[in-house]
Design a protein around this ligand. Structure first.
Ligand code: AMP
Length: 550
């Protein structure tokens, strides 16, 4: 059933998930409250500057924020865009919003007006939590623009700078012990079957989608994930992917670490040397990393200078880990690797600690939950392919959504009639029962784990007066795996440069920088398939040939 833009699981499935103990009808706040009490004196979070926060600190400060948010007028289920870079305030604000019963909409620091404006409209957000300024960019000014276009956006919560008129300071709230004042201690309890958080979809359509994760589904997601990854009270995790990513948040990420009594260091800085310093200084045991980061670590010329011997395990996903890179981990870093094929929509396929080397290094895992179901199908017919053949992965389970938020029409295409999420990933079944990712039949670029929708960028490019037609495709890249290449047919007499187009995308279309094309090729006409569609396969081949010829 669809309620307030959110698709519920059918009743028989919900009941089965409860009966199996996957869904426990607890809010994420309740799951964490038990851990905050149990592990009170332990370190939960380490800041890049070395500051330590215990479980009791996280509990006290996030409750304080929640009470302030409630005092401001934030109501249960109010959506609040969260765009604070990695660090303690990002964690505390996220937890504070959950405790206030609000629904954080997790966006990335590079997102700009095009993305934030869209998420504000789509979610009907009432709040926007930002860092005042990051690398010269003025987020308070952005908040003003987004507010003008979205009158429902009432609250702007600011950290790291003086808030503008009408905006609230998160830093001041953290210093003000509202919990000590009479009558301000009760917080609402959200319905565990309702969305706790809205994540962003990897992006395959022109318009980015929001992914509603309920308390029941997300709590199970991170509890099971922590179990599969073997986290415990001795675990200290380095996370340098943005907190807004499902991987950083709950796979096992922040929430899985807190659930098992470990501690997390959430770094905003992704420079390899800084990460090595953090591992050495804090004797970190686990590293949640996209393959690009692993490559950065392995190939860093100064690696020998750092003592990385504390590192026991790298958890990697977001894009495919090259088996040759995986093979280097044990001899060169002395640590193991777990691979995950993960999606913010919910499915998580993990290799296991006990898998033989061949399986751990060459597959992307099997479902993390016994309640998960999957099919590998011919995308055209929807029929299952023969075992071992390549097909599209379709998934259904206790932590896989049944629909995007407020996207009814798209949902009819993105999900099968019996509720399987059509992942767009082309995979084959390995003889071990694990999945091997072979490619995809969705139109996006996977830039070091960050997904870019080709259609979204094409829609922006076509708005340029000198662009007659265009197509954006992935081009191979040694470090990021893929980057964006734009093929453009210029308008008659027009001449285009990559710099000019990027300038247009940044200044006029106001999109996030990581989505910019990194190569421009001009053509007289785009190649077409025999049914008259743009032939992207041919374009991908052209760019590979050009790269090889260079
Ligand atoms: P996101 O929801 O942004 O995490 O993107 C999910 C998508 O990332 C998946 O559908 C895959 O296309 C890709 N992906 C995630 N993990 C892997 C992996 N281990 N190997 C290959 N592709 C992956």
């Amino acid at each position: 059933m669809i309620k307030n833009g959110f698709t519920e699981w059918p009743e028989d499935f919900a009941q089965a998930y409860r009966d199996a103990g996957y869904w426990r009808d607890q809010t994420i706040g309740e799951v964490l409250a038990e851990r905050f009490a149990r592990f009170a004196d332990r370190t939960a979070l380490i800041a890049e500057d070395g500051a330590h926060y215990t479980y009791a600190d996280l509990d006290r400060l996030s409750t304080r924020l929640a009470l302030h948010f409630k005092n401001l007028g934030l109501q249960p289920y109010d959506r609040v865009i969260h765009q604070i870079p990695n660090g303690p305030v990002s964690v505390l604000t996220f937890l504070g919003l959950l405790k206030a019963g609000a629904v954080p909409v997790m966006t990335l620091p590079p997102h700009r007006e095009a993305e934030i404006g869209h998420f504000a409209r789509l979610s009907g957000a009432r709040g926007y939590a930002i860092a005042s300024q990051v690398r010269e960019f003025d987020f308070q000014a952005l908040a003003g623009t987004v507010q003008e276009q979205n009158p429902s956006l009432e609250f702007v919560l600011v950290t790291g700078g003086m808030p503008g008129p009408g905006y609230q300071s998160i830093d001041a709230m953290l210093l003000d012990p509202i919990e000590e004042r009479a009558g301000s201690t009760s917080l609402p309890r959200p319905d565990p079957d309702f969305p706790a958080v809205l994540l962003l979809s990897g992006g395959t359509t022109g318009i980015p989608k929001l992914i509603p994760r309920t308390h029941n589904d997300y709590a199970y997601n991170f509890l099971r994930c922590a179990e599969v990854c073997g986290l415990d009270g001795e675990t200290s995790v380095l996370v340098a992917v943005p907190q807004a990513h499902n991987f950083a948040l709950a796979c096992p990420g922040l929430l899985g670490t807190l659930a098992t009594g470990g501690c997390e260091l959430l770094s905003a800085n992704t420079a390899t040397e800084q990460l090595m310093k953090l591992i050495e200084t804090h004797r970190l045991t686990h590293f949640i990393a996209v393959p690009t980061m692993i490559l950065g670590l392995l190939d860093h010329p100064e690696r020998g200078k750092y003592d990385l011997s504390s590192l026991r395990m790298i958890l990697t996903g977001g894009s495919k880990l090259n088996p040759e890179v995986a093979l280097r981990l044990r001899p060169e870093l002395g640590c193991d690797v777990l691979q995950v094929l993960g999606m913010a929509e919910g499915p998580l396929y993990w290799t296991r600690l006990e898998d033989p080397d061949d399986v751990r290094l060459h597959t992307q895992g099997r479902p993390q939950s016994p309640g998960d179901e999957f099919r590998i199908v011919d995308p055209e017919s929807g029929k299952e392919v023969a075992p071992g053949e390549v097909g599209e992965l379709w998934c259904r389970g206790p932590h896989t959504i049944r629909g995007y938020y407020r996207a009814d029409e798209h949902n009819t295409r993105a999900f099968s009639s019996d509720g399987f999420y059509k992942s767009g990933d082309l995979v084959r079944l390995h003889e071990s029962g694990n999945i091997v990712v072979e490619g995809r039949n969705k139109d996006c670029i996977n830039r070091g784990g960050e997904k870019i929708s080709a259609e979204e960028i094409e829609n922006h490019l076509i708005a340029h007066g000198s662009v007659l037609n265009c197509a954006v495709v992935a081009m191979p890249d040694a470090i990021f795996g893929e980057k964006c290449c734009a093929f453009v047919v210029p308008a008659p007499g027009a001449s285009l440069t990559l710099e000019g187009l990027c300038d247009f995308l940044i200044k006029e279309r106001k999109i996030a920088r990581f989505k910019l094309p990194e190569r421009l090729e001009t053509l007289d006409a785009l190649p077409l398939t025999n049914v008259g569609k743009i032939n992207k396969k041919a374009l991908r081949e052209i760019i590979v040939q050009l790269q090889q010829a260079a």
